[in-house]
Design a protein around this ligand. Sequence first.
Ligand code: SF4
Length: 377
Amino acid sequence: MTMAGIYIHIPFCTKRCIYCGFYSTTQTDLMDRYTAAVCKELTERKEYINNHIKTIYFGGGTPSLLSSGQIERIFQTIMENYLTDGLQEVTFECNPDDITCDFLQSIARTPINRISMGIQSFNDDILGFIRRRHNSEQAVNAVKLCHEAGFNNISIDLIYGIPGQTVNIFREDIEKAIALNVSHISSYHLSYEEETPIWHLLQNKKIAAIDEESSVSMYHLLCDSLRKSGFKHYEISNFAKEGYESKHNSSYWDGTPYLGIGAGAHSFNGVSRRWNPDNITQYIDGIESNKPVFEEEFLTNADRYNESIMLGLRKSDGIDLAKFSSYIGEELFSHFMQDAEPHIKNGSLIMEKDRIRFTEDGLFTSDNIISSLFLLQ
Ligand code: SF4
């Protein structure tokens, strides 16, 4: 039976970044009650997946705001309720300004073996504009402290396409990231999520989005620089040194079951999807009063088809055609091949051996192409 993953959402932030469209809250006084609710949900929902766990991912929000006692309590619950002898990767998202020697010593006593740090930029003006809590010096020191504490699997996030960020500023960001000798880099183009403060600034013409030419230059600069420094571009926005691809995120793209715990968390087991309310009070109250907090939908054939395309094409090695064909059946498979043909002809997609994947240029505009391949429900 396939081993599964657990995602735990820690939705607390001490202040909100202006571009952020994720669910998070500044109500940090609820952290103790929230931890108890997470532990209860972990205990009660283990039947949703095979409880032999391969990966655990603490995402946020800001998991590094949890106290060492709260982190230990969550791990203790996992160890008591799941089979963890095959645990391969445990990721903990951190903010650079939370990284201290004490913090690292306390998480070194847990199964955490991968740190993912939201650095976003090494330029203090850009960091100030997007209202991150840290500055460039804190980010550099945080990565160094992690290395000194023995964590060698470190991922950092970088954002490009921010107003005011020139191609040269982004080049410096990439160079600083490479110099820090991290094993994994996730880099995303800024997107203007509706109702975020940066979206309002754009709507009110207080800022202008960067031009398409600069966006494309930044993307190519990112791909070229990281490739030359030994990183493999293994997914649309993810780059890793050999052997350091994120096992947890790769499981999402491979359709491995996962259980999402906490406010706003999503779960998938191949048969259905479930999602928890993205409202902390509703989540905690529901769990405390023994009411199921999640909503659920069962996957249709069209869902399976669209998901296989969306998840498969995100990866640089693309879709395994033989597996895809046997999963969705011959009729839908030939429908897919017909729809893919114009994109193969114009060089966005490429068919090699028994796989179909994006070319590097195609990856940059992948969202539009992927949605054009979807089956309408
Ligand atoms: S720290 Fe992360 S989750 Fe919190 S507001 Fe900033 S981007 Fe969003």
